[in-house]
Design a protein around this ligand. Structure first.
Ligand code: GAL
Length: 435
């Protein structure tokens, strides 16, 4: 069980500044302001697409059953990893038109909302629902600031997953998933030379950012990757130059799909027998195996297989989706009812098997994670020997500023293919990260 997760796994990765021992702030619990309107709840996320919407739908159905008087308004905005949703959210928050609850990643991303004074602390909600003991202490640290807790995590996702088509690998003479970046590059070359398939599928631009975090982790190793997110981190090292050259080499074997196909289009290319490999978080698993029409109803081992991304075995490149209570939420009581659903064992056990993630709570029904990839993920997550690294693209350890700057650098690189420029822009992004 997650409860046995030892401290060293969490202390191994860069805990963002929010975990620092800071004085208690004057803004207290969440009981004093707001309204008691429970007539509806507007829930903002980016789970609209095939696969990821299934988890939300399952939790929504349970919520509606338990809260018959509350109308669930799904304000999800399309765009994998929240690229579009976060821009819309930022302007709504700026204009003081917040939804009742919005999805935010645990870690640095949440810290940005906290520091901007956009979300309420949830201490009394945690106390009232006895939640402090059901989450791992170290996850609570990732959603706490100045002694207050600010969100309700629903899951743990894994970013460093390689999905591949076993038949194409066979055609290319590859016997097993690549275990290192050099092996990966050799395999991509073999697919290109020996088959007519795309070696590595890529979707919208953010999937190239996602690929970057995986190449950095695979090439630099867990400790050096985690060190990148500490204040004063050195992005100019020769090891980084090598990793970025490998990234440039890998990019040569990709087909960048139209932005509109997003991650789903790129992942689907693998199970449809068009691409050999895809690197994507484990939300791809839900998409692959969930029943039609949202899922692709594909079979593990026949239509696709999985492995940790090259060079990252033994490390969970983690991220956690959590929900918040924005300041000025128009239906505050509705929002608290939604957060209760998100925090519940039933809600999480309905959501996660469909989403391809494991529950954030420590007391999940293990039998629901006992087959296929979910079994692997559950065991890996709860294995004390597993190391942790935080996903920068999915909010754990890069501030929004650094996140945007890296995305800009990657976007320019995809045009120019200039590794030197990419590195100097990444160095500048780290320097100006505000961390
Ligand atoms: C991540 C999010 C996941 C999944 C993915 C693709 O940022 O945490 O839950 O939705 O984006 O959209």
């Amino acid at each position: 069980m997650l409860g046995r997760a030892p401290r060293h796994r969490w202390t191994a990765f860069t805990a963002v500044a929010m975990t620092g021992a800071l004085a208690l702030s004057a803004c207290g619990g969440n009981g004093s302001k707001g309204n008691n309107d429970k007539s509806q709840v507007e829930v903002f996320s980016w789970w609209t697409g095939p696969g990821e919407a299934d988890g939300l739908a399952a939790m929504k159905a349970d919520f509606e059953k338990k809260n018959p008087g509350t109308k669930f308004v799904n304000a999800a905005i399309a765009g994998g990893s929240g690229t579009q949703a976060q821009a819309v959210l930022a302007s709504r928050l700026q204009n003081r038109k917040p939804p009742d609850s919005f999805q935010g990643h645990a870690g640095a991303e949440l810290l940005d909302y906290i520091k901007a004074g956009q979300i309420e602390p949830l201490d009394s909600f945690y106390d009232q629902n006895n939640l402090k003991s059901v989450y791992p202490q170290q996850l609570l640290q990732q959603i706490s600031y100045k002694g207050h807790i600010y969100s309700v995590p629903v899951n743990i996702h894994r970013s460093n997953m390689l999905w591949y088509n076993p038949k194409i690998l066979k055609d290319a003479g590859i016997s097993d998933a690549p275990k290192s970046i050099p092996e990966f590059i050799a395999d991509l070359k073999a697919v290109k030379q020996k088959t007519k398939n795309v070696p590595l599928s890529l979707g919208a631009q953010w999937t190239a950012d996602h690929l970057l975090e995986n190449v950095l982790l695979g090439d630099l190793g867990t400790d050096a990757y985690n060190a990148l997110w500490k204040p004063g981190a050195d992005w100019s090292s020769p090891a980084m130059t090598k990793a970025l050259n490998d990234y440039a080499e890998i990019i040569k074997y990709t087909t960048v799909e139209a932005a509109s196909t997003d991650w789903q289009g790129a992942a689907k290319a693998v199970v449809d027998g068009k691409a050999a490999f895809n690197i994507m978080g484990d939300w791809a698993y839900g998409y692959f195996v969930n029943p039609a029409p949202n899922g692709l109803a594909k079979k593990l081992d026949t239509d696709f297989k999985y492995a940790p991304t090259p060079g990252t075995d033994g490390t969970y490149l983690w991220l956690s989706d959590s929900f918040t209570l924005p300041k000025g939420a128009p239906h505050r009581a509705g929002a608290l009812a939604w957060l209760k659903e998100v925090s519940s064992r039933e809600g999480q056990d309905l959501f996660n098997p469909k989403k391809g993630s494991v529950p954030a709570r420590k007391d999940a029904d293990k039998s629901l994670y006992s087959t296929g990839y979910l079994k692997y993920a559950f065991e890996q997550w709860n294995n004390p020997a597993t190391k942790l690294a935080g996903s920068f693209w999915h909010g754990v350890n890069a501030s929004k500023k650094q996140h945007t700057d890296i995305d800009t650098a990657v976007g320019l690189f995809l045009q120019s293919k200039d590794v030197g420029k990419l590195q100097s822009q990444l160095v500048a992004a780290a320097k100006n990260s505000g961390q």
